[in-house]
Write a protein that binds this ligand. Structure first.
Ligand code: FE
Length: 141
């Protein structure tokens, strides 16, 4: 479902067309035992679900976009929660009219390509804790 090549503590990762990006990054991290790191890259998608957290209500609002868009940027971090890979991904997506939508990425289906760099941090993997004020799962460092 993906191809990769290792360069020191970094991996160049090319995910196959029509695959889900977030699930595939998680699968790759699991295969390589990466529980702490960073991910960034570009690509193209035609189905994306973004999530917005309303800080007033601490409620999530999810929205799915079914259109062809460029991943102008995908940036995220890799940590662990209860020993499992925990991804936090954000994305900026370019539309046909060159405007952008963006936000917290839940999942996206590739339509074209997705080329990423995954960095593996040395040392103990950072964890997560639920912050009562923000409702967010913050880094435990
Ligand atoms: Fe987020």
């Amino acid at each position: 479902m993906y191809k990769y090549r290792q360069f020191g503590d970094k991996f160049v990762l090319s995910i196959d067309n029509h695959q889900p990006i977030a699930a595939t990054i998680a699968e790759f991290c699991k295969e390589k035992n990466i529980l702490g790191g960073a991910v960034y890259g570009i690509g193209a998608v035609n189905e994306v679900t973004l999530r917005f957290l309303d800080p007033a209500t601490l409620k999530y609002v999810d929205k799915t976009f079914n259109e062809q868009m460029e991943i102008a940027n995908l940036t995220g971090n890799i940590s662990q929660k209860n020993g499992q890979v925990y991804l936090h991904l954000h994305v900026t997506l370019g539309r046909r009219d060159y405007t952008c939508v963006g936000g917290h990425l839940l999942e996206a289906k590739i339509n074209g390509a997705c080329e990423l760099v995954v960095e593996h941090f040395d040392g103990p993997a950072p964890g997560r804790y639920q912050d009562s004020e923000t409702g967010l799962n913050l880094y435990e460092l």
